[in-house]
Design a protein around this ligand. Sequence first.
Ligand code: SF4
Ligand code: SF4
Length: 399
Amino acid sequence: MKTPAVKLAPSRFPNEISEVEVKRDVSKCINCGTCAKVCPFGVHERKAGYNRISKPLSYLCISTSCEDKPFYCVNHCPRKALSLDINHDYITIGDYRWTRDLIIGTWKQAETGIPLKGRRYEIGNSGGGFDRIFFNFPESDGNREKGIGNKDHNSHAFEDEDISTEIDLNKREGKKLCINVPFYGGGMSFGSVSLSVMLARAKAARAWGTFTCTGEGGYPEELKEYDDNVITQVATGLFGVMEDTIQRVKIVEFKYAQGAKPGLGGHLLGDKVTPEVARMREAVLGSSLFSPFPFHSVYSVEDHKKHVDWIKELNPDAIVSVKVSTPTDVDMVAVGSYYAGANIIHLDGSYGGTGAAPDIAKKNIAMPIEYAIPKVHEFLKEQGVRDDGHRKWWNKNSP
Ligand code: SF4
Ligand code: SF4
């Protein structure tokens, strides 16, 4: 079969949304052309063969940051025909977290590869987002003496060794694994993102002493040198699942559901199934790929155990992570997974999700993670298996 050429898709919008609209009052304008001469950004233009100045290309305007510049067109117009006004498209986009500046800056950078200078490419209103961690220390006499306490997050009176951001990933018997920071890179599949993005994530995971997950699209060869920091995922579509990879890596993740769209599975648009993606996923070039929901081989804890056993048979040292969304009975799911032999229960709360996740699902189905974690924690404690070794339980209860 002839491999079709990969064509770059044009931008979805002819022009980016600008902050301001450059207005020209045609009843005052005498088409002198001064504005076209002074503006260095090509907003005003007199096309060859035309007497009249064209409609201003507002998306090229650097907006109010031009006001004190010698070339500010509004000051140069002899008829006071020019003005800058807020662009109403601009004020309708964004929200408190994802501000319009952040969206426009990200958009521009995606189109050009160049970050905009200044506030646009920064952090929105997150106050640092995930770049900052606050520690909530229990108040105690000892802590108070050291200057540590809830009321004083920013105190530096404590010693560095008082704090550890490490997390043990496996509290059961078997291989111990620890990450240096309390986060990891969630699954983003090959196809949904490019190889460059996957490599960048793997490099960052190594630098942070944590992991990144491949998602469900397979494990490109180029990630091999990052095996110690990359999780391979087995999802319902089984796209690109290779026993060879499972035998090499430290963590294998089963994805049963995604918090952004529980009950909906996955969808990779046909346009994204390029020759490389099709090869990796063992799929047909250009055809949309669907991951079903649920795993059609798993309808009970026993079925789930067969999955976990399969991985442990292939790689006895592997840490098996089980990613589930957060339905109201997530606590029961977690206990079932514990008895199936999982090492990590990965709770994926609502929110998140990419463009492929329907908006109605993203924020309306699964339980927010803030509720799910205490619910699971309490139930595991109640069942006597929180932080307890499975083997210990098995020895005690087996005939
Ligand atoms: S400088 Fe003013 S009058 Fe001259 S073309 Fe531009 S808008 Fe019209
Ligand atoms: S405000 Fe500045 S950038 Fe915008 S059109 Fe006028 S001269 Fe050009």
